[in-house]
Design a protein. Structure first.
Length: 665
């Protein structure tokens, strides 16, 4: 009987529907569930009852001394017969029903043995009172033991019949016989009813316990299903990223503590985007499922683990000890997918079916001892496989110069940048075109290597965002701006570029507020530039952070407008103080079409009520065009090149209002 069917039957039984006929299997289950405790209760009951039975030998000797030797002998004989037989049944693991039957027979026999050996007594008055104690046997049949209702009725009926027979034999008055018979009948009715209620209650307790157990089982099954669902990729059926991270940690811990070597392999389906675009998403999904199945079948032979690591990328973890074994397994994985011969006619590399590129790495002793290292090395090996023409496998070789990754060096450099003073800020002026005054300056970050070589922002900013180093660098930049130019009032406004990573980070606005409080700088002296070209998500955390920053008085500028994907959406959702138009639109104005586009963009921004700033002003012609389009502010080499803070401080010493700061600065 399945849990769902059993649950329905239990619910019906608990509701006690009159028309409901409960299946025998439910009662059978009740018997099975209660068998062990009933056997224990029966054993305890029979031994305790016979101890009490023998103790009543004392009252035999006092109340009916003339027949006491017979009644006491009968008591002992009953015990010597029933108890060994019961113990034999118990140790033979006979059912609780068999044990209860023995107890019932023993109870009735014990009563009969006492009753009919005591009847011949000459102490009739004593015995007339003593007979009332026989109700104890009836109570035992119904209350002391846990007999089922039918057995208790039969045994108590036998005792009642014995009493009525004894009354017929016993030379008592009619009043006495009526009184004792009435007493025993009342006792029979009362104890039988109580036994019926107890059995009914026991069955109800069983049903409720069964119901609770079924619900617990269902809850556990749902929990296991949800856990499996939360750890399984819905499309391919292999492990998802969460399960991969946990399994990777397990493999890593075994390697660190037990020395159990393993390999990590990244498997990427070649030219999958072309496959998806040409054959459609349904066929693309089917392709991924077939690939996942082939990979699973291959890796299961090696007691490995497979998960989906990205869109068309899988990760495989396998217990392997040598690089030769890694290379062999990686090639086996590649061949397993190639053997599927899934048609892929959109490739232009001479192959007409789906293949994969495999990058593998084997754990090895390292100075850093970081888990992420092996994944990074597998990724570098995968990059090498793709660069080698795809449909091949590569194993990471730490001694191969072609597997070096410049971004890893940059990431290492960023980790020590602030501590070793490898990062600095330069400041470029922003001029109000109508007044000619320097209205603000923009802080620009610079990074140099240990040998003094400069690293371009286009190289280190993406790495800083990918590694999370941008969070510390960003706060460092804000604090440095406040200390360099704002604490002493060298300039009235400084703009700082803020990464979307920072806006998404919890507590960013609070950290900025702490810096403002620490330096004593008003938030109105800061402007944060958000680059819309990064296609940043419009989720509530970002919008809430921007709102918190604006409450601090910080101005929010939209940087590089026109180069990204969400510019118009940002203009609709956020009340920017200034919109910076990307330099490319100004430099395209040597054509009529380019000039018209810039005019349209300026009109759009102005109609939204934002101040307009354009970058890349480098010539007098640019300045003239900006004036013609009535753009508010400009920035570029024609206005001033980026310089260090000390040069701004020197300019401030000459002209505290910075009105004289021009291109010559």
């Amino acid at each position: 009987m399945n849990d769902q069917r059993l649950s329905a039957i239990v619910e019906t039984a608990l509701l006690k529907k009159p028309s409901a006929t409960l299946p025998k299997s439910l009662y059978g289950l009740y018997q099975s569930e209660s068998d062990k405790p009933r056997r224990r209760i029966a054993r305890q009951g029979i031994w305790l009852s016979f101890v009490m039975y023998l103790l009543f030998s004392i009252t035999d000797a006092i109340l009916i001394p003339d027949v006491a030797r017979y009644s006491i002998t009968a008591r002992v004989l009953v015990g010597l017969i029933i108890l060994p037989f019961f113990e034999y049944q118990y140790h033979s693991n006979q059912s609780s029903n068999a044990l209860d039957l023995t107890c019932a027979v023993g109870l009735v026999v014990a009563y009969l043995a006492w009753l009919f050996t005591s009847l011949p007594t000459d102490y009739t008055v004593n015995f007339s009172y003593y007979m009332f104690y026989g109700c104890i046997f009836m109570m035992g049949a119904n209350l002391f033991f846990s007999f089922q209702f039918q057995l208790s009725v039969i045994s108590s009926t036998a005792i009642l019949a014995s009493v009525l027979t004894a009354l017929y034999i016993f030379p008592g008055s009619a009043t006495y016989r009526l009184t004792l018979a009435t007493f025993y009948l009342s006792c029979f009715a009362f104890t039988t009813y109580v036994n019926w209620k107890l059995n009914k209650e026991r069955f109800s307790v069983f049903l409720n316990a069964m119901k609770a157990r079924i619900r617990q089982t269902e809850a556990v099954q749902r929990g296991e299903a949800l856990l499996k669902l939360s750890r399984t990729d819905a499309l391919t059926g292999v492990a998802n990223r969460r399960a991969v991270d946990e399994k990777l940690r397990d493999f890593w811990d075994d390697w660190q503590m037990l020395g159990m070597s393993f390999s990590a392999m990244l498997v990427d389906v070649d030219f999958f985007k072309k496959f998806n675009d040409f054959y459609g998403h349904q066929e693309g999904d089917h392709c991924l499922r077939l690939v996942a199945d082939a990979l699973s079948e291959t890796i299961n032979k090696h007691h490995g683990f497979i998960g989906r690591y990205g869109g068309e990328e899988f990760i495989i973890l396998a217990p392997i000890t040598t690089e030769d074994e890694v290379a062999e397994l990686a090639e086996g994985i590649r061949l397993a997918v190639e053997d599927l011969r899934i048609a892929h006619e959109q490739r232009r590399d001479g192959t007409s079916f789906v293949t994969v590129s495999v990058g593998a790495a084997l754990v090895r002793p390292r100075n850093d001892g970081k888990l992420e290292r092996i994944i990074h090395e597998a990724d570098r090996a995968l990059y090498t496989a793709k660069a080698s023409g795809r449909n091949c496998s590569r194993v990471f070789d730490p001694n191969d110069p072609f597997t070096s990754d410049e971004s890893e060096n940059v990431a290492a450099l960023l980790r020590m940048a602030t501590r070793e003073k490898l990062v600095s800020l330069v400041y470029q002026p922003i001029q109000h075109i109508a007044s000619g005054e320097t209205e603000a300056v923009e802080a620009l970050m610079r990074l140099r290597m240990l040998d003094g070589t400069l690293v371009l922002p286009s190289q280190f900013i993406p790495v800083a965002e990918r590694t999370g180093a941008i969070l510390d660098l960003g706060l460092w930049a804000i604090r440095t701006v406040c200390q360099d130019l704002l604490m002493d009032g060298h300039v009235s406004l400084v703009s700082v570029n803020v990464s979307p990573i920072q806006l998404k980070a919890p507590g960013f606005a609070a950290s900025v507020a702490a810096i403002l409080s620490e330096t004593g700088v008003s938030g109105s002296k800061l402007a944060f530039e958000i680059t819309e070209g990064l296609d940043m998500e419009m989720h509530s955390d970002v919008l809430r952070c921007i709102a918190d920053l604006k409450r601090l008085g910080i101005r929010i500028w939209l940087d590089d407008f026109g180069t990204g994907f969400a510019g118009l959406s940002w203009l609709r959702l956020i009340d920017f103080d200034t919109v910076k138009i990307d330099r490319s639109f100004l430099h395209d104005c040597d054509t009529t079409r380019g000039k018209a586009m810039l005019r349209d963009i300026v009109g759009l921004v102005r109609n939204r009520g934002h101040s307009v700033l354009i970058e890349g002003v480098e010539t007098d012609e640019h300045v003239a065009l900006v004036r013609e389009l009535e753009i508010d502010k400009v920035q570029g080499f024609h206005v001033g090149r980026p310089v260090a803070a000390k040069q701004f401080q020197s300019a401030y010493a000459v002209n505290p209002h910075l009105h004289g700061y021009r291109k010559s600065a």
